[in-house]
Write a protein that binds this ligand. Structure first.
Ligand SMILES: Nc1nc2c(ncn2[C@@H]2O[C@H](COP(=O)(O)OP(=O)(O)OP(=O)(O)O)[C@@H](O)[C@H]2O)c(=O)[nH]1
Ligand SMILES: [Mg+2]
Length: 338
């Protein structure tokens, strides 16, 4: 094991990191032992579930977490951050015992929330735990191992401050199932981009997984990108802040969630690309003549022009989604940022 002068792990290669920092949920299945360890460390845990129209899945997920807590007290605060969903998400979540927040009511002076990333960022203003775990709320087969597996390395391995979930994602269409057909944005956009620009992050099996944990201090020290750019930004920013040696991944098994239509995946890919481009620009590694966010830019990067052939002929559709960067929550809570 390589260590730097402060005694923390400094990987010498991605291969070495992968061997050392990849775990399996089964290593942590003794949940009573894990809870004991958590108590000895004196740490509390908040679980944040961002949800938009997830009434069909949120009840089961919160129920699984509560049942796990009966066995071993691993999660101190279960929160659903709801996009004011019209399908009854908030009601179902509350009925199952979760704390429910409207993403638009948290830090409402920032205006209406901008998608998933903004909901996650705002949740930090009410998450009380020393550790904050995020998990997607559209998972159909949520299992307790998602919670104890993600908690395992951060509670058990000294020097680990961030743990990302890894899993297989079956792709179900009609009757057929492709075991690893899901996660298309990850495979077609994120991994190629990381290989080119952030090779240190190529060892992550699911860099966009919504299941991950860090100490709250770390989350509060980095900016959050809004919408679907959030996970990409967090990967890059946590890497820059804490280093690869403080990052780990854990195999959580398989995970089945909703699959979005191809056109929506295109927009999601664009969010990932914009997140990477923004960080490259900030690092001085990408030079553009104009700042794409400046109002006099010829091409507004908030516009996504999408040319499609339809039964009514060719169409040029315009989708507008502003990519906002929220400041580190620590600065907001300290009152040094508006
Ligand atoms: N509060 C809130 N939650 C959101 C928003 N958009 C998405 N989510 C939730 O964030 C989680 C992940 O979003 P998805 O749209 O499923 O994105 P994904 O899992 O990356 O995409 P798929 O692989 O297609 O499922 C789910 O629990 C969503 O309900 C939003 O605008 N606000
Ligand atoms: Mg999903």
């Amino acid at each position: 094991m390589e260590t730097n002068e402060r005694g923390t792990y400094a990987p010498t290669s991605v291969t070495e990191w992968f061997e050392k920092r990849s775990y399996d949920h089964e290593e942590f299945e003794d949940v009573k032992k894990l809870a004991r360890h958590k108590r000895e460390l004196g740490l509390t845990v908040s679980l944040v579930l961002p949800g938009r129209n997830v009434a069909d899945t949120i009840g089961g997920i919160v129920g699984e977490v509560m049942a796990l807590n009966e066995q071993a007290p691993l999660v101190d605060q279960v929160m659903v951050v709801d996009a004011d969903s019209a399908d009854g998400t908030a009601r179902v979540a509350a009925a199952n015992g979760a704390e429910v927040y409207s993403e638009n009511e948290l830090l409402s002076h920032y205006g209406d929330a901008h998608g998933k990333g903004d909901a996650m960022w705002r949740s930090l203003s009410v998450a009380k735990g020393d550790l904050v775990m995020f998990a997607d709320a559209d998972t159909k087969d949520f299992k307790p191992q998602f919670v104890y597996g993600t908690l395992g390395p951060i509670l058990s391995v000294s020097g680990v401050r961030f743990v990302k979930g890894a899993f297989r994602r079956p792709f179900k269409s009609n009757e057929s199932v492709q075991q690893d057909g899901g996660g298309r944005v990850t495979e077609l956009t994120t991994k190629p981009l990381f290989n080119l620009f952030y090779p240190e992050l190529t060892g992550f099996v699911q860099p966009l997984a919504g299941e991950f944990i860090a100490d709250k201090e770390l989350f509060a020290s980095i900016p959050f990108l809004t919408g679907y750019a959030v996970e990409t930004g967090i990967m890059i920013d946590v890497y820059k802040k804490a280093g690869l040696g403080a990052m780990a991944q854990v195999d959580l098994g398989t995970r089945q969630n909703r699959h979005q239509p191809l056109f929506d995946l295109g927009k999601m890919s664009y969010s990932v690309l914009r997140a990477v481009a923004r960080r490259l620009r900030q690092d001085g590694r990408l030079r553009q003549l104009r700042d794409p966010s400046s109002p006099d830019s010829l091409f507004q990067f908030s516009d996504y022009l999408h040319a499609v052939a339809t039964s009514a002929g060719l169409e040029l559709r315009e989708h507008v989604e502003e990519l906002v960067e929220r400041p580190p929550m620590a600065e907001v809570l300290a009152g040094s940022r508006e």
